[in-house]
Design a protein around this ligand. Structure first.
Ligand code: EPZ
Length: 417
């Protein structure tokens, strides 16, 4: 097991370059198997989620060549096999192989993880989409079999603008006969990145990024070269860190529009942001005003950023509130922040952060990816030493986080325990 030991209090200066988006690449890798030829994807982050998906590709006899920050995936010799849970349980996003294999072979059998710590995370909307396309779904002890004699385009309304369901239905529909409409589709930038890959392969998808996506089925998908977009959640995490203890901290290789809900909230707090075309420079300020945040689907305030934002709000003069509307259980970082000296109460789906309070280092546990990120920010802000265990959660979604932080003056070390 790994532990991150942080000696807090250093102001952070210099540049952090943002990597490719985890929540895009975890869909692009399964999507690549829809091609009959080689697919090259660049700007691939070196995170454990990427490695876990490449293991599944190799299990399916898909040829994967790794180069610096890129993957060359050749599914021409792919085998149809049941994907066991030793592979699929490593990450939720393994379920994208369901849509991709159904779309290509009209049949898929795979184990899927249950809910993860932040909520039940059912896949009912994914399965509703597959059934609308003509598939039958059976589930025996979390082993799903989804198959269809033929996949035919359909009109599918999503009760909730689910990111995963929108992408998985796209993957299943690109080779179907006829046209599929996804109504109330999710609008996250990662969906546009996946649709662009598929169109580069020869698909006919229109409307990605809006709530109405039209997919016209084609016969075959082929070779292409594609780039992963910058990770807006990684970018937002480091911008928040800069507002906490930055001294002209530059976050580069970003698309500022993708984190507009965050930057406007930070400016409302009184954070000064120098926002360029593909970077943000930020420094810690004082006399921050308290703010209210409500998580929403894109382009609203991202649920993935409410946990990293929480330690920063301990610096505000007064009561801030965060209402979490997407997941049922996304406040597991709060008890640890309170152990560090924060004064945060949680009632129903809203946390109230009373500031300003000083944070002091102590031993804490990362319960999930973004809770872990929140504790890293708190540890860097705090006086004294913070030891974070279960750091594997954090390494799933933040490429080279230790090197990136050391590069801007943080004092931290990753240890095996
Ligand atoms: C994606 O998860 C992201 N993960 C999440 O990021 C992110 O928080 C989420 O989108 C929302 O933006 C990846 O892209 C790999 P959803 P996903 O389907 O697709 C409910 C991180 O920290 N729902 O939009 O699972 C679900 O329970 C992770 O990087 C159903 O009820 O999100 C949840 O409450 C965490 N039925 C809500 O919708 C379904 O069939 C949002 O889910 C599907 C979802």
């Amino acid at each position: 097991m790994k532990m991150l030991e942080i000696k807090g209090g250093n102001p952070l200066s210099g540049t952090i370059r943002i990597s490719g988006a985890k929540n895009s690449v975890v869909a692009l890798i399964p999507a690549a198997i829809l091609s009959s030829e080689e697919v090259t994807i660049c700007n691939v982050p070196d995170i454990t989620d990427t490695a876990a998906l490449c293991e599944i590709l190799e299990f399916l006899n898909v040829d994967v060549k790794r180069a610096t920050e890129s993957l060359v995936i050749n599914p021409s010799k792919m085998e149809i096999k049941e994907i066991p849970s030793i592979y699929t349980k490593k990450l939720r996003a393994s379920y994208y192989f369901m849509g991709a294999m159904l779309g290509k072979y009209k049949k898929v059998t795979m184990a899927l993880p249950g809910g993860c710590s932040i909520g039940a995370r059912p896949i009912n909307l994914h399965l509703k989409g597959f059934e609308a396309l003509g598939a039958t779904v059976t589930n025996k002890d979390n082993i799903y079999t989804v198959e269809a004699k033929e996949l035919k385009g359909a009109n599918i309304y999503l009760d909730f603008a689910s990111v995963g369901a929108t992408i998985n239905i796209m993957l299943a529909a690109v080779l179907a006969k006829g046209t599929t409409i996804i109504d109330n589709a999710a609008k996250e930038p990662e969906i546009v990145n996946v649709a662009t890959l598929l169109n580069n392969m020869g698909a006919k998808i229109r409307g990605a990024g809006t709530s109405n996506i039209e997919i016209t089925g084609v016969e075959r998908l082929g070779k292409c070269f594609h780039e992963v977009i910058p990770d807006r959640i990684e970018a937002g995490t480091y911008v928040i860190l800069g507002a906490a203890i930055g001294n002209n901290l530059k976050i580069s290789n970003i698309i500022p529009e993708h984190i507009e809900a965050l930057t406007s909230k930070l400016e409302e707090m009184g954070v000064f942001l120098d926002i360029g075309a593909d970077y943000i420079i930020v420094s810690s300020g004082k006399d921050y005003k308290p703010v209210n945040v409500k998580t929403q689907t894109y382009p609203g305030f991202a649920t993935d950023l409410q946990q990293p934002l929480t330690p920063l709000l301990t610096m505000c003069n007064g009561r801030s509130k965060i209402e979490e509307t997407i997941y049922e259980n996304r406040f597991m970082h709060i008890p640890y922040l309170n152990q560090m000296g924060a004064d945060i109460r949680v009632k129903n789906q809203t946390s109230t952060i009373i500031g300003p309070t000083k944070l002091t280092g102590t031993d804490v546990v990362a319960t999930d990816l973004r809770a872990g990120a929140s504790l890293v920010i708190a540890g860097l802000m705090a006086s004294g030493t913070t030891r974070i265990t279960n750091v594997e959660h954090i390494l799933r979604g933040y490429e080279n986080i230790v090197e990136k932080l050391l590069g801007v003056g943080a004092n931290l070390e990753l240890k095996d325990i």
